[in-house]
Design a protein around this ligand. Structure first.
Ligand SMILES: Cc1cc2nc3c(=O)[nH]c(=O)nc-3n(C[C@H](O)[C@H](O)[C@H](O)COP(=O)(O)OP(=O)(O)OC[C@H]3O[C@@H](n4cnc5c(N)ncnc54)[C@H](O)[C@@H]3O)c2cc1C
Length: 342
């Protein structure tokens, strides 16, 4: 999969991967941790249960403008994620996407092994947990299952891929409306199917959607999907009638069910399902750090800008842990003379 011009692996050919740092979670906190680890000369493997990097930003609000990231007065979620991927790329992290970290096993001697749900294993000297709200599973409809990955998706990472397609979007929240607006100028047709009459999305966006030429069908449900191999048509039912629409793509924007999942059983000291950390982002387990929305300390504010600072702190402390005697303060990035840094 290509993202921001870089190669993102969704699978690993071999069952094992190893790096200096294993990062659990490819949200803003995890991506920036890998970047800060790279500045210290550490390699990283980034594991995420979702098929796309970017965490909540990519999954829930890629089209929204974020106004409180330092130095970027108004950046779309998608652009921020692309920027993070581009920024970490010189350090060649390995992305294991669509892979859930299920257990943490101490290695003989030093370091940790993270067991993945599909049986894969990631070995690392240090682990940084950047798992945000936990594992997110998209809500879906039974009829979508057979066409998952064959026309049915739950994200729109690259709107351009939908050029000249008939797209059906199911849902009534911000993601459904934002994606409809993003796809309206690109796709051949966009139909939003929502089971209620009112949308939960931002009022201004809903008005824009109605004015944009998107076909909006409310009080309606998708009842069936058909196609030989890939999705070709979608059946929609209201109280009055049932009809079919041509559709080469269906975006299920029905939200996500999140839960902390297996991380809750890793022996981490927790409070209210958040991982407690000290000022160095250390958990109670040696060599295991936590950053971003999953971590907790007194006074923490759940913001991306805060997560970035935590990522830098964790990566630099991990560097000292892995290379005792090295300085905690990193070299200033302005002093790094590496040809691969743009
Ligand atoms: C609608 C909305 C608008 C927002 N607007 C703003 C804003 O304007 N400004 C701002 O600063 N913040 C905003 N936020 C909050 C911001 O998105 C979060 O603070 C931020 O995403 C946290 O980043 P993170 O990397 O810690 O976690 P996340 O973004 O949640 O990423 C965590 C990742 O970990 C993965 N994961 C979890 N468990 C596992 C596991 N066991 N194995 C593998 N992977 C796992 C998940 O799949 C996920 O991709 C907003 C949030 C929402 C929902």
């Amino acid at each position: 999969m290509d993202r921001a011009g870089v190669r993102v692996e969704t699978t690993v050919a071999d069952a094992e991967a190893s790096a200096d740092v294993a990062v659990v979670g490819a949200g803003p906190a995890g991506l920036y941790t890998a970047c800060c680890a790279g500045f210290r000369g550490l390699s990283s493997v980034i594991v995420d249960a979702l098929p796309e990097p970017g965490g909540q930003v990519a999954a829930l609000y890629p089209e929204k403008r974020i106004h409180d990231v330092a130095g970027l007065p108004a950046v779309r979620g998608r652009e921020l994620v692309d920027g993070l991927i581009t920024q970490v790329e010189p350090f060649r992290p390995r992305y294991l996407l669509g892979r859930t970290a299920v257990s943490l096993v101490p290695q003989e001697g030093r370091g940790w092994a993270i067991r993945l749900e599909d049986g894969g294993l990631v070995r690392a000297g240090a682990v940084v947990i950047a798992a945000g709200l936990g594992r997110s599973v998209p809500r879906t409809l039974p009829c979508l299952g057979p066409y998952q990955g064959r026309g049915v998706a739950h994200h729109v990472p690259r709107p351009e891929e939908h050029r000249d397609r008939d797209v059906v979007i199911v849902g009534g929240g911000d993601s459904a409306v934002d994606w409809a607006l993003a796809l309206a100028p690109i796709a051949r047709s966009v139909t939003v199917v929502h089971r209620r009459s009112a949308f939960r999305a931002h009022e201004h966006s809903v008005k824009q959607m109605y004015a944009s030429g998107v076909r909006v069908v409310t009080d309606a449900q998708v009842t069936a999907c058909n196609g030989t191999g890939n999705l070709e048509e979608v059946w929609v039912r209201t109280e009055e009638r049932e009809w079919k629409l041509p559709a080469q793509a269906l975006v299920g924007a029905l939200g996500f069910i999140t839960n902390l999942g297996p991380i809750a059983d890793w022996g981490l000291r927790m409070s209210n399902r958040l991982v407690l950390v000290d000022g160095a982002m250390r958990t109670n387990i040696p060599g295991v750090y936590a950053v971003g929305d999953i971590c907790h300390y007194e006074g923490r504010v759940p913001l991306i800008s805060v997560a970035f600072g935590e990522a830098a702190t964790a990566a630099n402390h991990a560097a000292v842990g892995l290379r005792p005697g090295s300085r905690l303060a990193p070299e200033h990035s302005t002093d790094i003379d590496a040809p691969n840094l743009s």
